[in-house]
Design a protein around this ligand. Structure first.
Ligand code: GLU
Ligand code: MG
Length: 453
């Protein structure tokens, strides 16, 4: 949405409010995700939905400079406490919250008071990336995998407090069967198509995967899924931690992104004459992502704690390689079973985590892929062993946030697609986090970040 038709929005808002009221909704939560990956919220009574739709709800410009710790940093485009933006609910994405009776949720667009789109609106950037793809005749289907560690609310630092069962163990599932069932039924009632749920490798860890769809919708689903997990966890006396690294040792929580490129209803990741059935377009798109992974980490692994997770041999993908079904490759080609590939084949980006803003993530991946298409980049030889065993033959991705930020600053495709204000502010915010958290010992860093995202 770029032009506000206020009369039309007021009318649509009033209509939606009637339907929500009939469903028992009294309040609507409007969210946006900030540059540090935190979902921030304002809420309005359902009777004010028309006004929020047409005129927005006030929100400070300073949110762009928030860290996950709620410290506010300065920056080139900061106006400090001065200025106001307007949050406009996307009425097409409005949904009643099944585990929070009387509430509905809508992701918001951010505009200024004059009705112009805010240049740091991540959701608008994701929509612009999707529109750019469409102009070129393509579309993308994306999905986020959510991994989280569940603890008992009265023992939030003990990852075995809610379930002590082994990795992928049935005992872990049965210990929390009621919780998991409630979670899936809640997600389903909110229109989220759950495809799988299972105990993961790390202590107390679970994962849910959902169906792929339009990139903006996929980012919305990532936000709603996470907030639903948080809510349902609280109702079961549990806490959910989405941090990349719950404790310094062990495996982390990833936020893997699946992306397939389509021409109409033809999946370009399958049925082609390139390696593993890729089409030429999908291959050059994948090459654009692979070559930019160092810069992309500043978007997809955007916190200091992200780099505790990014270690070799942890299925997080830390060498700049791709491979077929290689879980140590940050760019993993997933083909799916023979007979289903036309629908299922996709690229999985594994090095990202859930401190990332999902809207920025889908935008960055699409712009990176398109840069690859434009420059006809090519994918190198795929790697079919653990790249961590190949020594200096493979390039290590940035091992610190500082290095990722430097790579991002040096990447004209990403910085120009993001625009000067957003690109500069992301750099300011990342450096602000480095100043605030960069010197903390790992255990302290993990403790500070454990329940923020
Ligand atoms: N938990 C791992 C990570 O940090 C990923 C495990 C998997 O491949 O699903 O990304
Ligand atoms: Mg997993």
């Amino acid at each position: 949405m770029s032009q506000l038709d206020r009369a039309e929005l007021a009318q649509q808002g009033a209509l939606r409010a009637d339907a929500l009221r009939a469903a028992g909704v009294e309040l609507v939560a409007l969210t946006f995700v900030d540059n540090s990956g935190i979902t921030r919220v304002k809420a309005v009574p359902v009777d004010r939905l028309w006004s929020a739709a047409a005129w927005g709800v006030g929100a400070s410009n300073s949110f762009d400079f928030f860290l996950a710790t709620d410290d506010i940093v300065g920056g080139t485009h900061s106006r400090g406490p001065v200025g106001d933006l307007r949050l406009h609910p996307d009425l097409d994405a409005l949904v009643p919250l099944a585990a929070q009776p009387g509430w509905a949720w809508a992701p918001a667009w951010r505009y200024d008071q004059e009705g112009d789109p805010h240049p740091q609106d991540a959701r608008a950037l994701a929509a612009a990336a999707t529109a750019r793809l469409a102009e070129l005749g393509y579309n993308a289907r994306t999905a986020f995998e959510i991994e989280w560690v569940v603890t008992r609310a009265d023992a939030p630092d003990d990852p075995r407090s809610a379930t002590a069962g082994p990795a992928y163990g049935y005992a872990r599932l049965s210990a929390q069967a009621g919780y998991l069932r409630k979670l899936v039924s809640t997600l389903t009632a909110q229109g989220i198509a759950v495809e799988q749920i299972h105990p993961e490798y790390a202590a107390g860890q679970f994962e849910v995967s959902v169906a792929a769809g339009d990139p903006v919708r996929a980012a919305d689903v990532a936000v709603l899924t996470r907030e639903t997990i948080r809510t349902v966890s609280e109702q079961y006396g549990l806490r959910a931690s989405f941090t990349p690294k719950f404790a310094p040792n062990g495996v982390g929580n990833g936020g893997h992104v699946h992306l397939s490129l389509w021409d109409g209803d033809r999946n370009l990741c399958a049925g082609g004459d390139r390696r593993f059935g890729l089409t030429e377009t999908a291959e050059v798109f994948g090459a654009g992502v692979l070559s930019r992974l160092p810069a992309l980490l500043a978007i997809g692994a955007p916190s200091v704690v992200s780099y505790l997770r990014l270690e070799p041999h942890h299925w997080a993908g830390v060498f700049r390689v791709w491979g077929l079904e290689n879980r140590e490759a940050p760019l993993r080609l997933v083909r799916g079973p023979a007979g289903q590939r036309e629908r299922a084949a996709n690229f999985e980006v594994k090095c990202f985590d859930l401190t990332a803003n999902p809207y920025l993530v889908v935008a960055a991946l699409i712009f990176a892929g398109l840069a690859g298409v434009e420059a006809r980049e090519s994918l190198p030889e795929p790697v079919d062993v653990d790249p961590g065993t190949l020594g200096g033959a493979v390039e290590r991705l940035p091992a610190s946030l500082a290095d990722a930020v430097t790579a991002f600053e040096a990447d004209p495709a990403l910085t120009s697609a993001f625009g000067p204000e957003l690109a500069a502010t992301l750099v300011d915010v990342r450096r602000g986090e480095l100043d605030r958290l960069g010197a903390l010992p790992p255990a302290e860093l993990c403790a500070v970040m454990r329940y923020l995202h």
